[in-house]
Design a binder for this molecule. Sequence first.
Ligand code: SF4
Ligand code: SF4
Ligand code: MG
Length: 659
Amino acid sequence: LNEHMPADKKRILANNNIKFYTIDAVALAKEIGLGGRINTIMQSAFFKLANIIPIDKAIEYMKGAIYKSYGKKGEDIVNMNYAAVEAGVNAVKEITIPADWATATDTQDADNGKPAFIKNVVDVINAQDGDSLPVSTFVDNDLVDGSFPLGTSKYEKRGIAVSIPEWHNEKCIGCNQCSYVCPHAIIRPFLLTDEEVAAAPAGMKTMTPKGKALEGYKLFMAVAALDCTGCGNCAQVCPAPEKALTMAPAETQDDQIACWEYVTALPHKENPMGKKTVIGSQFEQPLLEFSGACAGCGETPYAKLITQLFGDRMYIANATGCSSIWGNSAPATPYTTNHKGFGPAWANSLFEDNAEFGLGIYTGVAHQRDRLKGLCEQLIAGGAKEECANAAQAWIDTMDKGEESKATSAALAQTLSSCDCSNDDLKAIKDEILNNKEHLVAKSQWILGGDGWAYDIGYGGLDHVLASGENVNVLVFDTEVYSNTGGQASKSTPTGAIAKLAQAGKQVKKKDLAMMAMSYGYVYVAQIAMGADYNQCLKAITEAEAYPGPSLIIAYAPCINHGIKTGMGTAQAEMKKAVAAGYWQMFRFNPTLAEQGKNPFTLDSKEPTSDYKDYILSQVRYSSLKKLFPDRAEDLYSKSEAQAKEKYLMYTKFGKLFE
Ligand code: SF4
Ligand code: SF4
Ligand code: MG
């Protein structure tokens, strides 16, 4: 405690004669067999100390409640929870507060080279002292237009994980799957030269990655130890024959901090593999990192992957909901920038108009870019020098091609700024182009939100935007409930699932948003589930972005509201099970293929291979219905299963229509 407690907390305790207790609830829960569940232990510790009712009575009530809740689950579970009650009462330790805590001061330099914005604004707000900031602070920190700088979550260093992944270099097969699925962009592969390995902190081990493109490099799997949430998905998915990742107590992993700092400070390297494969995509810097999303979140891995593919030229319109909270809970911004200073531009609109908001941004940008095109045409027609005219034409030819437009935009800006134009008219055009050069690179417009937005409240607008034919990309994080407001049923909630406003299990079936969108014929539509098929997920996102019209991707996103019995550390495994059980269907509908005379529909899910009911009963949202209304449960479970089977059949037939 002496080492870890902040000085201001020590002073408060010492100067106010506060009684101070500790309990190692995590260790106790583990010992008892409750895994990470410390709530019962903490509750009984609370009753012991608070003394609001006699402790004997409190114990009696708590045990009574446990029997009522878990009685049907068997004696073992009941006894485990009884043991937790006893442990909470008996294991609290009173700490005698050392006299010198009254005048404690922090020895460490708290600044740690932080930028002024972090010190002057973020830290103050995080210390719950934002009210004290005068208006001048906002003026001085360039915040008058309401925008916030990107990439500030990396200064939070919350250190919340009890255990973090430990990488075993000699067992790793270099598949990068751990990095692909990590919801918080904590674990990342770095490629190092021999010189960089030689200069690395002591104890840093590497492996030799396979493949021609990676020849000459060593691979190090870095972990941002202080930002990890300890969810365990990385270790869970690791396919190495002898698991190359194990979850280890965070306090044994301090060495990883220096390694992370070392590799993230190395000069930027171009990705030798390109980003078209699962492995290659992970050599791109994630431009969404260290968000405050729940440990194991099923939403963030999708958004993170999109930033790795298009983040440096990406605009995001974000519906209110979980994705707007983890996406930007002021003062922390997890969207960040790359070595060139480019990153996603993000803004949040209301729940009911986010699709329109995104279309509005897109239309505004398209208008500005059309103007630039007109200016380039005037430049060419007006007799600009050959190199300027060529650069302008090359830009026009590629202006809508994301990656290609990066090079032609840079070349145009470079050529125009080094040209000493003597013609006043041409010079004015040239200056106008250069003053608007941020619009040169083709932008990737994304519209993000949850099912509460897309299926329900924002559906009218979403439909309108999809029908517009414009080149926008919509991604729905489908948690099948309004996650952020506490789990209310949406039109995405399937039959039989318990949610708020559907306490007796949802009676009617899940809306088929994908089918509705596919009926237009000119909308790219995909359903994906990352943990079930990494390649399909990457393919769908890449195809959607490349499609020059509207795209809709519906992504299955496990959520704490589902009550996954094996915990959120198995969120990725849960997606795999969902597809294997026929609960979730993966497919892609690509109108470009239809234009080429090919079948636009690809059903990526195989015939279900595992039991449907086993899958749904692995989640409390379904299993609790059985306890509450056994007869109704059986009926709704059967309906739900029949609906899933029908859906699979319908998609199979739908694909055949185009043959
Ligand atoms: Fe990422 Fe979770 Fe693994 Fe930490 S434990 S590195 S947050 S997947
Ligand atoms: Fe290595 Fe396992 Fe990560 Fe694959 S998932 S890169 S084998 S640690
Ligand atoms: Mg939702």
